[in-house]
Write a protein of this length. Structure first.
Length: 328
């Protein structure tokens, strides 16, 4: 049973009890309004409750005009749906169409237009949507630990990817299916969804650190895909490939570290200088392979720049959250 189901049940019961206590007829309608108001994040909850409340006021005003002019007939309800729904959508409160219908249908059911009836509907709105907002405010699950787990999963995929790239450079005949690339992309997307939800649960001071981290990984995945295209052009084993393979071995370990070590960047700078001092290729085949390896190094440098540009990914510990410097 999900936490949202539990919150919905609590909000429904609370709203029905309160509505019944204040003497509102058909108090169960408050429970329906509460069900419509429960959301998975605080920010979304406030936005949804506000939209539903305002949409209900718009619908109530329009519905009362129709009932006053045309009377309480079933075909008037059809006219309300035909004209009222587009009006609510144009007013920017699309989420509140169902809520407004509950209120207008209640007025139709009472077949009476009076200040008492109208205030009763507004009171019902306040109780139903207010109960949902209160339950949302009281409890929202802490997802920091879950997001931290997703982050570690992404890091492990990156480590395997770099290990496989090193193996391919040492043995161009080795065939890697690239499954970890797909898994890493899916996990990054899960992380972005969870990070957005976590940020929406902190309305006053939202923490964007998790979003920064997963967007960084998403950008780095694009860089890795470019590396894979260049790696496919290394069809012959050369000492240069062996040297670059050592860089990826180093990176496969650095990516699991809690902080940006800079070791791979330092090794890459040294290797670049060493390449510049080497003799030129003697054959076309060697030229093509060495060119692909050189471009691979340049793409690796871009990958590392992405890591350095984002300074505040986060780490999570059960007892506290710590901000750290960026990882490789």
């Amino acid at each position: 049973m999900g936490f949202r189901v539990i919150k919905t049940a609590a909000a429904t019961l609370l709203s029905v009890l309160v509505a019944s206590a204040v003497g509102i007829p058909n108090a169960q309608s408050a429970g329906l309004l509460a069900i419509l108001g429960v959301e998975v994040t605080l920010k979304r909850s406030f936005r949804t409750i506000t939209a539903r409340f305002l949409a209900s006021l718009v619908g109530l005003f329009f519905g009362c005009i129709l009932f006053w002019l045309l009377g309480f007939h079933y075909w008037v309800l059809g006219l309300y749906v035909l004209v009222g729904f587009p009006m609510i959508v144009k007013s920017g409160y699309k989420e509140g169409i169902v809520t407004s219908s509950v209120i207008v249908f209640r007025v139709f059911g009472q077949a009476e237009l009076s200040l008492h009836v109208l205030l009763q509907q507004i009171e019902l709105l306040a109780i139903g949507l207010g109960s949902a907002g209160l339950v949302n405010l009281i409890y929202m699950p802490q997802t920091g630990g879950v997001i931290y787990g997703i982050r570690k999963e992404v890091d492990r995929y990156f480590s395997v990817i770099f290990t496989q790239m090193a193996r391919t450079l040492r043995d161009p005949s080795y065939i890697w299916d690239g499954k970890e690339l797909i898994d890493a992309d899916n996990t990054v997307q899960r992380g972005l969804t969870a990070a957005t939800r976590e940020m929406e649960n902190h309305v006053i001071h939202p923490d964007e650190a998790w979003n920064v981290y997963f967007y960084m990984r998403k950008e780095q995945l694009e860089s890795i895909q470019s590396m894979m295209q260049l790696l496919s052009q290394v069809y012959r084993h050369l000492p240069h490939g062996e040297m670059v393979a050592e860089l990826f071995d180093q990176l496969s370990g650095d990516v699991l570290a809690e902080e940006y070590t800079g070791r791979t960047e330092h090794l890459l700078d040294e290797l670049t200088r060493e390449f510049e001092e080497m003799d030129l290729p003697e054959t076309r085949e060697e030229f093509e392979v060495r060119s692909a390896i050189l471009q691979l190094c340049r793409e690796l440098a871009l990958y590392l720049k992405i890591a350095k540009r984002h300074k505040i990914p986060v780490s999570y510990k059960p007892e506290k959250r710590l901000k750290i410097r960026n990882k490789a």
